[in-house]
Design a protein around this ligand. Structure first.
Ligand code: AMP
Ligand code: ZN
Length: 478
């Protein structure tokens, strides 16, 4: 294991900062989860994948990670959608919770340690609101809704730079929250309207506001102060600003040390929307024959603080990059080892792991990390072609690839094969690559390598025939 101290861009303070865990070697991480009123779209999945990469990177850098991701299974959207469908809330959200986990599995995202559901943590939310009331940060409106009193919170706006003075104090606006003292106040508890799902509370039947859900559940599982809180950039304001206000006003302690936000995914340069016809879920892409592994690769290859422009060309480029890595791995798996281990290979493996770690520690510089992988791929290809793979080198190279793949999760094609599919032999592209390498070796008059590659092809059941127009190959049929 390597230990490196990462730097992350902290949205609070807007600068790169050296990460210091509250507890040595351990990271407590909260990630805002899906609102389960419909299927996650690929934008949501981009954010969840960034969080998966963050979690795996922290582990690569030597930390133990405890991640919590909430499921928002009660809010305005879920309630309206369940009512429209004529279903109970739990009944309505169940298939979307299931499809969310399926999407995680399809993209080989690791499971968080905890997935608390909002509807299962109402008592924790009520007690936090009570605490805010006791401390003068919350008040009850006429209809039994409860609001956060922003005027009491001196550093409200710390995260987003939201300037409270721009909003006229005490202004009242016509809205269904007509009994707020101040237009800037936000809701902690909403009194139940006719026909809505509700829970008993000191303020009568109602349900929690969205922001209090995350404050209460993060505190329950990670403590009053924890290390990292993530979400998509749209979560920064007002959601995360309000979480800070609630949590710190309730406990009097700092809430979160590092805020990391990922930029949005757009499609063909435009915001994804159903009306533009550029709105995709993962099952839709799979249905179109797109490869889940290439989708994972594309998502992770773009820096999390840059917009990810999803196009079918970029997906194709990702598939091509993976093919290059696959071909090398395939050749490595089949190459014969000759003679003593080569120090240059051991060195290349160590350099890969080290530089890959440096890139991750640099605010998750995945393009830098991938560059190191492909430097390694070319290096190993050359060593194979030159017949410079000695005893134990194959395993050493494979170990280095597996180490970086613990973060990337895309380099081992076998792990992505459909469990029910027949085991497949080498693909046509892989065989083409071997045949081409053999031709190259012959042109270079490197006959030892050419012969070795021929032996490799024979071992794979491939017959190569040299014709005046170049080599042709076919699979041996038994
Ligand atoms: P929601 O299900 O709407 O609560 O969103 C779940 C997560 O997806 C949140 O962290 C959002 O910030 C994030 N998100 C929403 N839209 C996008 C998008 N187009 N690209 C990336 N992340 C998004
Ligand atoms: Zn949240």
């Amino acid at each position: 294991m390597i230990m490196k101290t990462p730097k992350f861009y902290n949205s609070e303070g807007r600068q790169l900062s050296t990460f210091e865990a509250l507890e040595e070697g351990r990271v407590r991480l909260y990630t805002c989860g899906p609102t389960v009123y419909n299927h996650a779209h690929i934008g949501n999945l981009r954010t969840f994948l960034f969080e998966d990469i963050l979690r795996r990177s922290l582990r690569f850098l030597g930390y133990e990670v405890h991640q919590v991701m909430n499921l928002t299974d009660v809010d305005d959207k879920t309630i309206v959608a369940a009512q429209d469908a004529g279903l109970e809330l739990d009944e309505y959200t169940a298939p979307y919770i299931e499809s969310f986990f399926e999407a995680l599995d399809t993209l080989h995202m690791e499971r968080a340690e905890e997935y608390p559901r909002a509807t299962r943590h109402i008592p924790e939310m009520i007690s936090m609101i009570e605490r805010l009331e006791e401390r003068g940060f919350a008040y009850e409106g006429e209809d039994g809704s409860v609001f956060f009193r922003i005027a009491e919170d001196e550093d409200y706006g710390r995260l987003s730079g939201f300037d409270l003075s721009q909003v006229r104090q005490g202004e009242r606006v016509a809205s269904d929250e007509y009994d707020k003292e101040d237009v800037r106040d936000f809701v902690l508890w909403k009194s139940a309207k006719e026909g809505e799902p509700s829970w008993d509370s000191p303020w009568g039947p109602g349900r929690p506001g969205w922001h209090i859900e995350c404050s209460a559940m993060s505190q329950k599982y990670l403590g009053e102060t924890f290390d990292i809180h993530c979400g998509g950039i749209d979560n920064l304001f007002p959601h995360h600003e309000n979480e800070i206000a609630q949590s710190e006003s309730a406990t009097g302690k700092p809430f979160v040390r590092y805020w990391l936000h990922s930029e949005h995914l757009v499609v063909d340069g435009e915001k994804m929307s159903k009306s533009l016809g550029n709105f995709y879920t993962l099952p839709q892409l799979l249905e179109m024959g797109k490869d889940a592994r290439a989708i994972r690769y594309l998502f992770l290859s773009v820096h999390y603080r840059q917009k990810l422009n999803f196009t079918f060309e970029s997906l194709e480029a990702s598939a091509a990059a993976l093919r290059r890595a696959d071909e090398m791995r395939f050749r490595l798996d089949h190459v014969g080892e000759r003679g003593a281990p080569r120090p240059a290979l051991a060195q290349a493996a160590a350099t890969l792991v080290d530089r890959f770690g440096d890139a991750l520690a640099d605010d998750l510089n995945l393009s830098g990390a991938l560059r190191e992988v492909f430097v390694f791929v070319r290096f190993v290809n050359r060593a194979i072609e030159k017949g410079e793979v000695g005893k134990g080198d194959r395993q050493r190279m494979t170990d280095a690839l597996n180490a970086v793949d613990d973060v990337l999760g895309v380099l081992d094609a076998a792990q992505w094969q459909d469990a029910e599919a027949e085991p497949t032999g080498p693909s046509d592209e892989e065989i083409d690559a071997l045949v081409q390498a053999r031709t190259q070796a012959r042109e270079d008059r490197d006959f030892a390598t050419a012969d070795r590659l021929r032996d490799e092809l024979i071992a794979l059941g491939i017959l190569v025939e040299d014709t005046p127009t170049g080599p042709r190959w076919r699979r041996k049929t038994d």
